[in-house]
Write a protein that binds this ligand. Structure first.
Ligand SMILES: Nc1ncnc2c1ncn2[C@@H]1O[C@H](COP(=O)(O)OP(=O)(O)OP(=O)(O)O)[C@@H](O)[C@H]1O
Length: 248
């Protein structure tokens, strides 16, 4: 099941598991009753269980799975937002993640200020950002709204600017979580073209999406996750079949 890439690895995910604690009680009274009855106050939930994936330079890998299967959790582990409870994750190179709509964007700052803030977080110097600023704004099609506070942006505008910043950085690994679904059709086409271009430049990509057409177009390889367990890793068309035949 575990495919080892022939190229030099960019991402190594080794026996990774992640458990979340879920609160079962709501009120102080319930907490007190649970305590007196020695009932457990938290339940744990295993979101990921023994994931093993090695991704080589220039590979585009789709992560497929139904709602709640653990796809976003896996991306958050790769980006370093979360830490695994077991196993380890190694990445080589600069990781740029588009994981949550607007993550890393400050609502009270303008689009312009957020471009500088985000690009700096992604490791760009002020000079580099100055040089690429016009390209970032042009790709995002934000136009005159660049000096408006981003809290007034629509979710599509938000994501267009965030995506534009991410792809204009010197990235080696791009993590994309469903965010492309937020943009409108013309913007999605532009993003797909850009992702193809990045793949040709040997960038490594991890894409989470429920858009099977897009996944098949952009990725050669697919990993299927079901209830936190990896059930398939191989050619994307087969991965899609495995997903369709599986249940939530
Ligand atoms: N911080 C958290 N605390 C508790 N449970 C969490 C947390 N983050 C995720 N989970 C749970 O872990 C499971 C996997 O969530 P995850 O967001 O990774 O799924 P997903 O495959 O990306 O789903 P979707 O297709 O709906 O985006 C879900 O049951 C979710 O409720």
């Amino acid at each position: 099941m575990h495919k080892t890439s022939e190229q030099q690895p960019r991402i190594i995910i080794e026996s990774v598991s992640k458990t979340f604690n879920l609160r079962t009680t709501q009120s102080l009274k319930e907490l007190f009753v649970a305590w007196t009855k020695r009932k457990k106050l938290v339940n744990s939930f295993q979101a990921l269980d023994g994931i093993d994936i090695t991704v080589g330079e220039g590979e585009s890998v789709a992560i497929l799975g139904y709602n709640g299967s653990g796809k976003s959790t896996l991306l958050k582990l790769i980006s370093g937002v979360l830490r695994p409870d077991q196993g380890r994750i190694l990445t080589r190179g600069r990781v740029a993640g588009l994981i949550e709509v607007g993550a890393g964007f400050h609502p009270d700052l303008s689009g312009r200020e957020n471009v500088y803030l985000n690009a700096a977080i992604l490791g760009m110097s002020k000079t580099e950002i100055d040089e690429r600023f016009d390209d970032i704004v042009a790709f995002s099609e934000i136009g005159d709204f660049i000096d408006t506070e981003v809290k007034h942006y629509s979710s599509g505008m938000f994501i267009r600017l965030a995506f534009s910043v991410a792809i204009h950085t010197e990235l080696d690994i791009l993590l994309v979580d469903e965010v492309l679904a937020v943009g409108d059709a013309p913007f999605r086409e532009k993003c797909k073209a850009k992702i193809r271009e990045l793949a040709q430049q040997k960038k490594t990509m991890f894409i989470v999406s429920h858009d099977i057409g897009m996944i098949k177009e952009l990725c050669d390889r697919g990993v299927v996750i079901r209830r936190g367990k990896q059930i398939f890793d191989g050619p994307v068309a087969e991965a899609v079949d495995v997903l369709k035949q599986s249940t939530r």
